[in-house]
Design a protein around this ligand. Structure first.
Ligand SMILES: NC(=O)c1ccc[n+]([C@@H]2O[C@H](COP(=O)([O-])OP(=O)(O)OC[C@H]3O[C@@H](n4cnc5c(N)ncnc54)[C@H](OP(=O)(O)O)[C@@H]3O)[C@@H](O)[C@H]2O)c1
Length: 224
């Protein structure tokens, strides 16, 4: 079943371009969609054969896996707008619920204990499944730390649905990383900005599989 799902990357900004570039490096075909179709065509030409440029409505229709590489604040509206076409699909949510603060840093735009993953899951259309993934590193690390040898770095993910683990993990592998599931969506907060497993949180860096497992079990022990 590996690589049989059609992936569409929606929004070709920093994260969308990083994911697309990485998929092009592993020759996994993908749809590159942006509301500026001309931009999608130019970028797809750069990424070569694996990339197929598209407008957003066609991409959502054709894909089985939809990567929502758009701002957190746009996701609920996007899900509502494409609710019918998104039914039964896997949505990948890399969003971080942050905005610039007055000190040149970032602040969370939702409640301290809330996560974007859980909030976005609340607006899912029928039978759609959501995984919080591809957002645990900054865009620079997402390309710079991909396909490391001999040991790959990790991308964490969270989902409520065990049936999509394989698809999400294959996507992460094709993006050049080792996948590690942290648990259900109620663990999303750990892998969003400021979380203990985010590059811009307590983790502070990329990690390998053995380091990742240590971090996860360390926290679990602390909670117990
Ligand atoms: N940048 C990072 O290092 C980083 C790291 C981890 C996670 N993330 C998350 O990844 C997501 C994307 O971030 P980014 O840095 O790639 O942002 P970005 O560079 O600003 O790109 C956002 C993309 O989304 C598009 N977009 C905005 N609103 C849209 C809408 N309503 N419908 C369709 N497309 C829309 C934009 O199109 P236009 O150009 O037409 O506005 C643009 O192509 C965010 O949720 C962010 O929190 C970012």
């Amino acid at each position: 079943m590996a690589n049989t799902s059609t992936v569409a990357i929606i929004g070709l900004g920093n994260i969308g371009q990083a994911v697309a570039y990485n998929l092009s490096q592993s020759d996994r075909p993908f749809i590159a969609a942006d509301r500026n179709v001309e931009k999608a065509k130019q970028l797809a030409a750069r990424w070569g054969t694996p990339a197929q440029a598209s407008d957003i409505p066609s991409a959502v229709k054709k894909a089985n896996i939809v990567v929502l590489s758009i701002p957190f604040g746009a996701i609920a509206g996007f899900i509502k707008k494409y609710a019918e076409a998104l039914q039964g699909k896997i949505m990948i949510d890399p969003s971080n619920p942050i905005a610039p603060d007055e000190n040149g840093g970032f602040r969370k735009v939702i409640g301290e204990k809330e996560s974007a993953g859980e909030l976005n899951a609340a607006s899912l259309p029928k039978d759609a499944r959501l995984a919080k993934a591809l957002g645990t590193l900054g865009a620079a690390s997402l390309t710079g730390a991909a396909f490391q040898k001999p040991t790959k770095e990790v991308l964490f993910y969270a989902t409520d649905d065990n049936n999509i683990n394989q698809s999400v993990e294959q996507l992460i592998k094709d993006t050049g990383f080792d996948p590690v599931r942290v648990g259900a969506l109620n663990q999303s907060i750990r892998i969003e900005v400021f979380g203990d497993l985010h590059e811009f949180g307590a983790l502070g860096k990329t990690v390998t599989l053995s380091e990742a497992k240590e971090k996860i079990s360390g926290k679990t022990k602390a909670i117990l």
